[in-house]
Design a protein around this ligand. Sequence first.
Ligand code: NAG
Ligand code: NAG
Ligand code: NAG
Length: 311
Amino acid sequence: MAYMKVRLLCISLVILGALCLYFSTYNLTPFKEGPFVFKKNHGNFLQLPDIDCGQNPPFLVLLVTSSQEQTVARMAIRHTWGQEKIVRGKRIKTLFLLGTTPSKDVSRAVAQESQQHRDIIQKDFLDVYFNLTLKTLMGLEWVYHFCPQAAFVMKTDSDMFVNVYYLTELLLKKNKTSRFFTGFLKRNDSPIRQKYSKWFVSKYEYPWDKYPPFCSGTGYVFSGDVASQVYNVSDSVPFLKLEDVFVGLCLAKLKIRLEELHSEQTFFPGGLRFSTCRFKKIVACHFIKPQDMLIYWHAVESSLEEECPAV
Ligand SMILES: *[C@@H]1O[C@H](CO)[C@@H](O)[C@H](O)[C@H]1NC(C)=O
Ligand SMILES: *[C@@H]1O[C@H](CO)[C@@H](O)[C@H](O)[C@H]1NC(C)=O
Ligand SMILES: *[C@@H]1O[C@H](CO)[C@@H](O)[C@H](O)[C@H]1NC(C)=O
């Protein structure tokens, strides 16, 4: 009798254990309610830039995320590194990525700005920080549909200084024209789980402990084919509001490896103190105010032919 009781107890314990194990793994299974997935071809473009890539393919298209109100920053960029120009015989074109705002006045101003400058790409999504992934994907969708001829694309922000001269020089030197992706590499980042951080990501949004390799969203550069390929897989990768990590997930799926553009650091997501000689040998620097942009750009551009002391 006692033996039977022990046996029964053992069996119950095993079943209980199995149930525990089942429910614990069940809870850990990512996206059990189905991941939120980006929908391709969602809505029309509200504003399109004036550029015919088929007729006159650009070497480099710079896609700049900026918010509705950053008119001054956009003007500073148009007057500096965003000016359409030919560098080493290669055409470079800068375009701005925008969403929409509920404010009628601001919307009207943006539509007017777009009519005037013809350099705005816009779709109908709320222009807020956590829609940055939608904004980036809009840029890639635009390349996919309207400008697959672009040899290279850079995605960057409106508070960045971009040395298009040095970038062009390095891209030509690198001579890698497909499946190429570069920027400030982050190979080993983990999700931030502190609730009050700007970059907080819950275990529900992203259950794993490590991010795939990605490049800082402040500025990354890729060959034109990558735009279409990332856009192509974007609806089969779990959506993440951190656009740079999301692009990293797409690249992992495509098995595209991130590469350094140069043996020296050229992307500065944390900023860098200005000096003319320093900025002549960088690609991108963060935290630049519009008024400084004009000063720095002028200093760099007017000293292109001058030699700098070797460091
Ligand atoms: C992003 O845009 C969509 C479409 O306009 C909107 O429904 C959503 O609330 C926005 N996301 C955030 C975080 O505000
Ligand atoms: C660039 O690479 C191609 C092959 O991918 C090669 O044929 C060409 O010579 C290279 N050009 C330079 C300037 O290195
Ligand atoms: C997009 O993906 C499909 C299938 O997954 C593939 O056949 C097609 O070539 C891809 N297109 C691009 C531009 O990568």
